[in-house]
Design a protein around this ligand. Structure first.
Ligand code: ZN
Length: 443
């Protein structure tokens, strides 16, 4: 067994032209060679086991597991945990410190000494809390609407269906497969280092990570999976200025905090815009006195038109595709902040909530293997989803350590809205693709 190097790998990301070329290759590359005898058997098992998987999906969706309902999260964890145990996985529950008010995570593993070690990522929680008016489950036989059907209990069930089929075919013998289903993906517990320690630890003992958030299509309607997701974080600008009678503005008393704050955010807009980088300036509070309450997302200001304002506080987010892009953006923002107007002083601070999942050649390779497996099974090629178009997700915590692919879950839409739905046929389709990919990765 090869041990993972327990270091953050330097994510070599592709330049944009290289990436576009690679995408074109990936889109056309999946020549269907068909399946060997054991792979055909695996597919047959998936098809036979799909009705049970749909029952499991319904049972899991009927348990409310809003992130802030730890009892529900644990109950869904027990339900899926028993399914892992039944196919030879050892499971454990990772509790979070009570102060974090999160349900914890399910970890399941089978350890062997052959093939690449695969990490499968799901989440148990949904955005629908206990008091949600959204019906948990409404099926017309083709589509299901309900709480977390596609984000992402459908993906969790795909993981289990694929593993069951592999187990029936004897294909898990001697292989290392870990699954981490987190209990707080929709609102990561704080501090994130504690909330994601188990997931990151599993990644350090894996060679490839596959995440089962909802499947997507690209803008041409082709099935797509995710090789890159933008980091998300934020910044806070704090301006302090000399105050005085408004008659003295622009002169002896300087420009005041409002002009300085405006100068900074306008310079961001003029100088920083580039592909895959965004920095939304979201709130601005300013006056003779101004304060911001982060817990309530609320600010307060006092001031008069005949007084040069002393305080300004601006909050924004910051999203970028690679660590280098983020570092460069922060550096340039810092440099802009340092050119303060006379009579003012600005300070900017940054935080990162989700590290970037850069679209690396390694991630692209995993996608090519996935696309090939899909084509070989007669399900068509899978192309890369345009990096930069997806929101943040758990896979980003492991992407710095292992080659990663996301979007292997169920097809549907309306995630995080009352209209969230799932295409039922995508459970079987997703499980066939995932089972074949896991089978090939672990040979
Ligand atoms: Zn999700």
């Amino acid at each position: 067994m090869t041990q993972a190097q327990p270091t953050r790998r330097t994510a070599r990301s592709l330049s944009l032209p290289a990436l576009l070329a690679a995408l074109a290759v990936a889109a056309g590359a999946a020549r269907a060679d068909g399946l060997d005898a054991q792979e055909q058997q695996i597919v047959a098992h998936v098809k036979r086991l799909t009705p049970d998987a749909l029952t499991l999906l319904e049972r899991s969706v009927l348990v409310n597991s809003g992130t802030l309902n730890p009892a529900g999260v644990r109950e869904v964890g027990r339900l899926f945990g028993a399914e892992f145990e039944a196919i030879g996985f050892k499971t454990r529950w990772v509790d979070m410190p009570p102060a974090m008010q999160r349900g914890g995570h399910l970890v399941a593993e089978r350890v062997g000494d052959q093939g690449r070690r695969v990490l499968l990522i799901g989440h148990l929680d949904t955005v629908f809390e206990k008091d949600s008016p959204v019906a948990p489950w409404l099926s017309d036989g083709r589509k299901v609407r309900g709480q977390g059907v596609s984000d992402m209990k459908g993906g969790d069930v795909i993981v289990l269906l694929a593993l069951k089929a592999l187990n029936e075919a004897g294909a898990l013998q001697g292989r290392t497969v870990r699954a981490v289903f987190t209990g707080d993906e929709e609102r990561v517990g704080s501090p994130a280092e504690v909330a994601r320690a188990a997931l990151i630890d599993a990644a350090r003992h894996s060679d490839v990570a596959l995440a089962f958030e909802g499947a997507t299509k690209d803008d041409q309607g082709r099935d797509a999976a995710t090789i890159g997701r933008r980091a998300s974080g934020g910044w806070q600008l704090q301006v302090t200025a000399r105050t005085g009678h408004s008659a003295g503005v622009f002169g002896r008393d300087g420009f005041g905090a409002v002009y300085e704050a405006a100068r900074v955010v306008n310079a961001f807009r003029e100088q920083l815009i580039e592909p895959d980088l965004t920095f939304n300036a979201a709130t601005l509070v300013a006056g003779t006195s101004a304060s911001w309450d982060g817990a309530q997302s609320q600010g307060q200001a006092f001031g008069k038109t005949n007084v040069i304002p002393r305080d300004a506080v601006v909050h924004g987010d910051l999203r970028y595709l690679t660590a280098e892009q983020g570092a460069k953006a922060r550096e340039r923002m810092q440099a802009i902040v340092e050119q303060a107007l006379p009579g003012t002083r600005s300070k900017i601070s940054f935080h990162e909530s989700y590290p970037p999942m850069a679209p690396t050649p390694g991630n692209l390779k995993v996608l090519e293997a996935y696309s090939k497996a899909s084509a070989d099974a007669g399900l068509g090629a899978v192309v890369p989803f345009p990096p930069g178009q997806r929101g943040a997700g758990d896979v980003q915590f492991v992407a710095p350590f292992v080659d990663s692919l996301d979007g292997l879950g169920a097809a549907g839409g309306g995630a995080h809205t009352p209209d969230e739905w799932l295409e039922i046929a995508s459970i079987e389709r997703g499980a066939i693709r995932a089972a074949l990919l896991i089978y090939r990765l672990t040979r």
